[in-house]
Structure formats: structure tokens, C-alpha cells
Ligand binder design. Structure first.
Ligand code: ZN
Length: 374
């Protein structure tokens, strides 16, 4: 069937289509009329087909609820009531990519496969997981994936355990990760980016089962979803499957998941944080100094591309001029930086590691102005 002939196919309305020569693909943008799901299809001759379903999941605290829900939807669902369908999938599937990831503002479930049957099966497992997960009727899934109390015997100390709790304790034992978290916390005091979407181990145990289920019910709805398809496939048949098996079962809803942009500060913010090292480790050369900016918006294609290039040119090679100037200034030993691309308000960071000397004075002499925070 030729899509050009029909503006509505299996419940989907074709909103836009154009040729994007850079990716050698014809792009087709659809909306599923009943559920409000948005779908972008990149049609080309690549047999390595990709499917992804993404939800906007901006957190309002640092309990890691977005991350715990990401783990938990993969712990069995209506059609696939296995304990760990994800683990089984990795074993038996011909996939070329299979993962799930939580960002500060969204959660993605992407898969890729060259085999048509395998591709359809993977889509089925993921869609059933995100829309009909067993976590909504089994509180033990939160305990296992999020947090629970643990007591080995009656005299031992009561501790917290849980897959995400333990994972984030590991993450938070790295000074780099603590710094990344603090950078966002300070740059974004008024919007969702100030929270730790992965979960701060000190805050994770505040998450209740009710909040956990509410988060899923609010955000894991087709009206809040972005579906992505790529490659050489029978698109009409794929749309029929998506509509018949999943999307037609939901009615469109208004869902508040948009991100309120952080307003610029009126003056720079300067903060100092201590962090722990083990008692056997020396503390010299362990300081870090970081200068951070919020840079425009992800919707500004020009500044977005410019900063990707600038970050590389200024900081990525030993001859990079900013890196060289900062090292020559003798403030610290190691200098690196990056442009964080995955946020609505991207950030640009310059980080020093090692013995930091006369930090502020030296940096000011380098006349880096218009900063938001040291
Ligand atoms: Zn995880």
C-alpha cells in the first residue's frame, strides 16, 4: 500500500513528509488520532530496523522514580509474565541493539534487529512492558528494583538494598558523577534538571509504592509517547500492529510533562562542596573546579551544532586553545570539558582536576565572563 495515497492509515494521520538527504531517508511524521501518540518514521533501505518508544518523564524529586520505573517495567508484563523478560530477550533474540535508558527528562526503550520476526517480537515485548507492566500490581517489584530494608540476622544492622539503590550508590562513589549531579542541581534550581533522575541514594528510600505507580500512570501513556521507526519495513503492517495491539486501547489525554525553562541568574553562583575519599587515599590532587554555562536551547539548531563543534575545538585535543591556555595558567593539572546535548537547555562545562591553585583569581584573569556558576 502506498502511504501517499492515504492520509489516514490504521488510525494514524500523516502530518508531514520530506526527504532528508543527510540521512538518505524519507521522513514521515504521524499522529495516532485516538491515543495522541506521535510517530516518526525514517524510511530507507537499511535492513537493520530500529524501534524506540520514549516518554517524557521529568522528575519532581531525587527519589530516582524515573530510573526505578525504567527497571521495573522490564520485570514482567501482561503478555510476558516472566520475572526477567529482558534477560531472556538478550539470550534468544537476534537483536543488534537492545537497551533502556533514563535521561534527566525522558526514558527511552530502543531496539534494533535485521530479522523481521525478531523485530516485531521485540516491539511487542517492549510495548507490553511499558503499557501493561506487572509492577502496577506487584509491590515487590519496587522493593527488588528500587529499595527495601535488609537484615541478615536479628543482631545485625538494618540496611537498604535494591538494584537501583545499589547502582546509584556505586555511581555516587565517583567524584565525577557527584560533580555532574551538583552542576545540574546548581544550574537548574527551579526546574526538573535540578533533580537526580537516576536517584540520589539518600533520597531513594523516600519513594513510596503509590508514588511509583502514579509516576507510571501519569507518564507512560501514548499521549506522552514518542515512537520512532527506522529502516526498510512494511510500514502499513507495522502501523496496523501498533494500532491494533496497543494504541487503540487508549484515549488521548492532556499530560503535563513539558519542561519550564530555567531563567538566567542575575549574578554568578559560586559553591563549594566537600566529597569523601577512603581513609587510605591521599587528599592531594583530588580537588575539582568547574565552570558551567546554560547554552541556549536544544531547539536552536544553530547554537546546538556550534557548541558541539566548539567543545571539541576548544577542549578535546592537547592543542585545543582553551585547554592549552588553562593548563599554561598552571591552575590545575588536567582540564576537560563537554557540551551536554540531551537536555532542553544544554550546558557547557569546563572542569579542572588536580591541585587547584588560587582558583578564582587565576580564572578571572583568563577573563571568562558571563558565567552562571563556578
Ligand atoms: Zn539502572
Amino acid at each position: 500500500m502506498n502511504l501517499e495515497d492515504r492520509k489516514n492509515i490504521h488510525g494514524f494521520r500523516l502530518l508531514d513528509e520530506q526527504m532528508v538527504t543527510e540521512v538518505n531517508s524519507k521522513t514521515k511524521l504521524f499522529e495516532h488520532e485516538k491515543s495522541g501518540a506521535r510517530l516518526l518514521f525514517l524510511e530507507n533501505d537499511d535492513d537493520n530496523k530500529v524501534f524506540s518508544v520514549t516518554f517524557r518523564t521529568p522528575p519532581t524529586d531525587s527519589t530516582g522514580v524515573a530510573h526505578i520505573v525504567e527497571h521495573s517495567v522490564l520485570c514482567g508484563s501482561r503478555k510476558f509474565p516472566l520475572k526477567e523478560p529482558f534477560v531472556e530477550l538478550v539470550k534468544g533474540s537476534l537483536n543488534t541493539f537492545l537497551n533502556a535508558m533514563t535521561f534527566p527528562d525522558k526514558t527511552m526503550y530502543p531496539v534494533a534487529s535485521r530479522n523481521e520476526k525478531d523485530f516485531r517480537n521485540l516491539m511487542d515485548v517492549y510495548l507490553d512492558a511499558v503499557f501493561f507492566p506487572n509492577m502496577l500490581k506487584d509491590p515487590e517489584i519496587l522493593m527488588q528494583e528500587g529499595w527495601h530494608y535488609e537484615l541478615d540476622d536479628k543482631d545485625s544492622e538494618l540496611t537498604y538494598k535494591g538494584v537501583v539503590y545499589n547502582e546509584m550508590k556505586g555511581v555516587f562513589s565517583s567524584p565525577d558523577a557527584i560533580l555532574d549531579h551538583k552542576i545540574l542541581e546548581i544550574l537548574f534550581p527551579d526546574n526538573t534538571y535540578g533533580f537526580e533522575s537516576g536517584g540520589d541514594p539518600d533520597v531513594i528510600p523516600e519513594l513510596t509504592y503509590e508514588q511509583f505507580c502514579e509516576f507510571h500512570s501519569k507518564y507512560y501513556h501514548p499521549s506522552n509517547s514518542y515512537i520512532f521507526l527506522y529502516g526498510n519495513m512494511d510500514i502499513a503492517d507495522t502501523l496496523k500492529f501498533l494500532d491494533g495491539e496497543y494504541l487503540s486501547k487508549f484515549a488521548k489525554q492532556p499530560i503535563q510533562s513539558a519542561i519550564t525553562p530555567q531563567q538566567a541568574f542575575t549574578k554568578p553562583v559560586d559553591k563549594v562542596f566537600p566529597y569523601a575519599v577512603s581513609t587510605s587515599e591521599p587528599t592531594e590532587d583530588k580537588s575539582m573546579l568547574s565552570l558551567n554555562f546554560v547554552v541556549s536551547s536544544a531547539n536552536n539548531a544553530q547554537s546546538y551544532l556550534a557548541f558541539q563543534m566548539l567543545a571539541h575545538l576548544l577542549l578535546d585535543t592537547p592543542a585545543a586553545p582553551l585547554k592549552k591556555a588553562l593548563i599554561d595558567a598552571g591552575i590545575g593539572k588536567e582540564v576537560f570539558g563537554y557540551f551536554t546535548e540531551s537536555l532542553l537547555q544544554p550546558t557547557f562545562s569546563i572542569i579542572y582536576q588536580g591541585q587547584i591553585k588560587q582558583t578564582k583569581k587565576n580564572l578571572l584573569r583568563l577573563s571568562i565572563k558571563h558565567f552562571k556558576h563556578w
